[in-house]
Design a protein around this ligand. Structure first.
Ligand code: PEP
Length: 258
């Protein structure tokens, strides 16, 4: 049974006290998740320990880092390793968000190394992929995403790929208010699953969770999460507002795929 997930990506937003208040408000909604449903808060590095202890008592509420480095340890001032994340009980990490690819020139190869290190330290990577507007306009989105997956994930064994979460985030929909239609999301998610199936077989492809990201909000979460190959969402802007994110969690809960 694959995981269904509402993941919050706070990015570089909120002071510490604001973050604590937001978490308190969301947890106060007391939403009990189904067996394979998860809420994951990807918070800035300095808030990881606080967030982990806030969610510790809550079943299936988890914390994620937004990034990690592609080397084990050493003279890399300012970077954070997978070993460090593991040592403070972080079980998830976003890898390859489009903002990292765009502003920090992260390549598919570098992301392959990050994914490998995460898994070595028992951290589930939330691997982001997705095409820019120009790629979609030229109709090249399927090949573009296939290459991202092949170059960053297909070095993994079948046992390891099952532990990956993929987030399809069309770059043109991130922070723009433009959401992919349910048809566009379902089509790409089915495509991603078929690429995994082509390499690893049907049974494995069915186990990989694929989240949609790109202007998910309370008003569109329900229909997006209803798509058969959409296993939840990675949410930026709307995850910074408690009322919005609470509704997104409720949409996930209502869409339990049993
Ligand atoms: C994101 O940051 O991953 C994201 C999808 O942002 P937003 O929801 O704001 O588009």
């Amino acid at each position: 049974m694959r995981k269904q997930i509402a993941a919050a990506n706070w990015k570089m937003n909120l002071g510490y006290q604001q973050g604590e208040k937001l978490l308190d408000e969301i947890l106060a909604a007391d939403i009990h998740l189904g067996l394979s449903q998860y809420v994951i808060f990807a918070v800035p590095f300095p808030y990881l320990i606080m967030t982990r202890s806030e969610v510790e008592e809550e079943k299936n509420y988890e914390v994620a880092a937004q990034n990690c480095y592609d080397q084990r340890s050493g003279a890399f001032t300012g970077e954070v390793s997978c070993e460090m994340l593991h040592s403070i009980g972080v079980n998830y990490c976003i890898v390859g968000h489009s903002e990292r690819r765009q502003y920090f020139n992260e390549s598919n190869k570098q992301l392959a190394d990050k994914v490998g290190l995460c898994l070595e330290y028992f951290i589930t990577p939330i691997f982001c992929c997705g095409e820019a507007l120009s790629v979609r306009e030229s109709g090249g989105q399927n090949d573009f995403v296939a290459t991202q997956l092949k170059e960053s994930l297909f070095h993994l064994s079948p046992e390891k790929i099952k532990d990956i979460i993929i987030a399809y985030e069309p770059v043109w929909a991130i922070g723009t208010g433009k959401t992919a239609s349910t048809a566009q999301a379902q089509e790409m998610h089915a495509h991603i699953r078929s690429i995994i199936k082509g390499h690893y077989g049907q049974a494995i492809a069915e186990e990989v969770s694929i989240l949609y990201g790109g202007s998910v909000k309370a008003s569109n979460a329900k229909e997006l999460f209803h798509c058969p190959d959409v296993d939840g969402g990675l949410v930026g802007g709307a995850s910074l507002m408690s009322a919005e994110f609470i509704e997104i969690i409720r949409a996930l809960k209502r869409n339990a795929k049993l």
